[in-house]
Ligand binder design. Structure first.
Ligand SMILES: [Zn+2]
Length: 188
């Protein structure tokens, strides 16, 4: 959990703000990443809250994420851990939520595609993205971004799809999303 102090300019009043820039993140910081506090800085002069983005890795006992905002490049896999690259904050947050629940992100992308196929035409034109949100009881909750709606998928459906699937892990750590998940999953 080592960090260095850096200075950024307040976007509102221009005052220099000292911020903590971590060189590596660990599992004790997961909550602060999800609520984005870890990337937040508050100006001591005008009170403006600003977010800073920088390249940083997150290592937990089961997964390893390379957070590379704005850059989509493959990286080396970490042995024994699910390893991914996340090139936006929303991706980074979503992967953490998925892996903290012990879910398979390849299958989650498959289910998102299924959700899209079930949507009505009008809804589809408004839809900007589908994001994993949480697990509540027997339901896996997804947010339909742009529609301000949630969708619940039964855990049983997830398990049935998991049983029917064969997964292939990417050779390197990559951004794994709706554009490429299908390369790593096929039906038995
Ligand atoms: Zn300020």
């Amino acid at each position: 959990m080592s960090y260095k102090k850096e200075e950024v300019k307040c976007p509102k009043c221009g005052k220099k703000i000292r911020v903590k820039v971590y060189t590596k993140l660990d599992e004790t910081q997961v909550t602060d990443i999800i609520n984005r506090d870890i990337f937040a800085a508050k100006c001591p002069k005008c009170g403006e809250k600003t977010y800073i983005d920088y390249i940083v890795d997150l290592e937990t006992p089961t997964y390893y994420l390379y957070y590379t905002p704005g850059y989509n490049k493959s990286k080396k896999k970490i042995k024994g851990k699910t390893t991914r690259v996340c090139d936006t904050y929303d991706d980074f947050k979503e992967k953490i939520l998925i892996f903290e629940e012990g879910l398979n992100d390849i299958l989650i992308e498959f289910i998102k595609q299924y959700i899209k196929m079930e949507l009505k035409h009008d809804d589809l034109s408004e839809l900007r993205d589908v994001r994993f949100d949480s697990i509540i009881n027997d339901d896996i909750i997804f947010t339909l971004v742009g529609l301000k709606k949630n969708v619940a998928i039964k855990k049983d459906f997830y398990k049935a799809m998991e049983d029917k699937s064969i997964f292939k892990n990417p050779i390197r750590a990559i951004v794994l999303d709706n554009s490429n998940y299908w390369k790593y999953q096929k039906m038995k």
